[in-house]
Write a protein that binds this ligand. Sequence first.
Ligand code: PRX
Length: 652
Amino acid sequence: MTEEVELEARLEAQDTFEPPESFVEQANITDEGIYEEFEEPEAWERAAELLTWDSSWDEVLNDDNEPFYEWFVGGELNASTNCVDRHLDERGDEVAIEWVGELGETRTYTYETLHREVNEFAAALREQGVEADDVVTLYLPMIPELPIAMLACARIGAPHAVVFGGFSAEALAERMNAANSSLLVTCDGYYRRGDPLDHLSKARKGLEDVDGDVTTVVVDRLGDDAASEIEDELVYGDLVEAHAGASVEPVARDAEDMLFLMYTSGTTGTPKGVKHTTGGYLSYAAWTAHAVLDIKPEDTYWCSADIGWITGHSYIVYGPLALGTTTLMYEGTPDYPEKDRLWQIVDEYDVTQLYTAPTAIRAFMKWGTEYPEGHDLSSLRLLGTVGEPINPRAWKWYYTHIGNEECPVVDTWWQTETGGMMITTLPALNTMKPGSAGPPLPGISADVVDARGDPVEAGRAGYLVVNQPWPGMLRTLYKNDERFIDEYWDEYSIPERDQWVYSPEDGAKLDDDGYITVLGRVDDVLNVSGHRLGTMEIESAIVGVEGVAEAAVVGGKHEMKGEAVYAYVITEEGQEETEEFRAEIVEAVDETIGPIARPEAVVFTPELPKTRSGKIMRRLLENIANDEEVGNTSTLRNPEIVEEIQQKVREE
Ligand code: PRX
């Protein structure tokens, strides 16, 4: 047997892994008593104490008005002070943000220079009339101006709403209208696989559908490469220059004041505006970054997510900067210019922790070990994953070929709504079981229950629930308390007994050691490459195309993306089912949501499988997409259609 085959065989047989000794010796959290300590809500003070408060809280948790919990009640703080100013004395010359552009250029912000630009842009926002509680929309790709703008907003108490740069013009407009936002920060464009992309015309198109007057600030990222000239908009660079050396007193924010809004997909068409607060969220992001990612100020830590998603908010910007470390930001794709781009960056910057997604790991596996092998990855101390379940084979590949069996791997389960990690091993304390996220973190009470809300036996699949509040939890859906209750609390709570149970809408299994394996969504939400997409959103984009009568979208298994979008479409009388029409449908999805939601397959069908009461049998469509045995079709009104659709999918 070759060495490699031997290694594969050994790992294949191994189901559990212990924290590496070299890691344990230096870890932030090594005290086994920590789980017990967090049985009392007062223990959360330990998280809040990682921050600097303008005035301390009177009460850790107020649960008088469940499920509208309040944390660190009466406390005041500012997020930009915590992420920037307080590090100036000791770490002013140390690197806060290390930015690597796709074309190879770099920009380095020390805490000192970050402080300067955050102040300057905060002064510029003020001058534009932005006041505390005004929502500022940031529609930017992975360039340093994005975290700078977030921190500038936080400084003046204006909540930000970041819209992922890959989202469409329509998605931008929908979010700006929902948040009633009248200031937008965007850019002329950015680079993807070496080519400049036009972002400004997309932003302008979106603005046509935004109600009211909007002030737009544009970052000049592309210079002469830009396809759209900046015209009536304000230029970010000019604003910062005009306020050179400005100093803006950080606004003391109540712990419960909104720090930001983040829109995420739900089961109905309109995205949900998840509200996160200044005290609870920031404490939770800092605490989990400290306890799980083991971040220390002297680290060079890298999370490869996009700041447009919650992962980037909590673990590129707020958590790492609150802890005073160096956070690395990369603008581009992992395979540009070569498939070793990530490993080249780890090697060059001596990255100490890497936090990425299973979908990326599956791509690295497919590309082969020669890419990481060409680089020195020995600076790495910890590896993490997030966004979707990781299969044991990918976990083991990551552990071996990237971590050299010397780095613990944390598989972290959480959501936009939870603000930070909820279920994962503590890297120096718990045995790792590939494929299983781990036990709930200290202070987090999670369980797996059946449809009635009763706990299921170990090993059986059920619904994941969270039984106790935690500081990072969403407080409500923006201006929609009713939907907040409906979406998250209605299913298992028993208000008359004061039992409030949060439903994340994930299926899960619990094992005898209390480890939770998350199986995936149980609602009509897809997880494509770790990104959440509502089937309804995609369906409504498709039925908007002239000639489409009806559409049903489901997830099909996909080797790289985890899930892929399958669209079953019924055309109107007279509409031909051509390749051009298929392309038109795909383009409509691109335009309404963005390329991440692009269907893998568009299947034309004369009918959809429906029950006698007219309900579409989604489960069946999923079976067909996955080329699985379809179950009982006797409850269908039109069972004969099943075979016809199967045939079409196979031909695709
Ligand atoms: O289904 C779970 C899956 O991603 C969903 C949350 O998506 P989003 O709000 O976009 O946040 C993603 C980044 C935190 C969850 O409901 N998910 C996330 N992490 C894991 C996961 N599924 C399994 N294992 C994970 N580690």
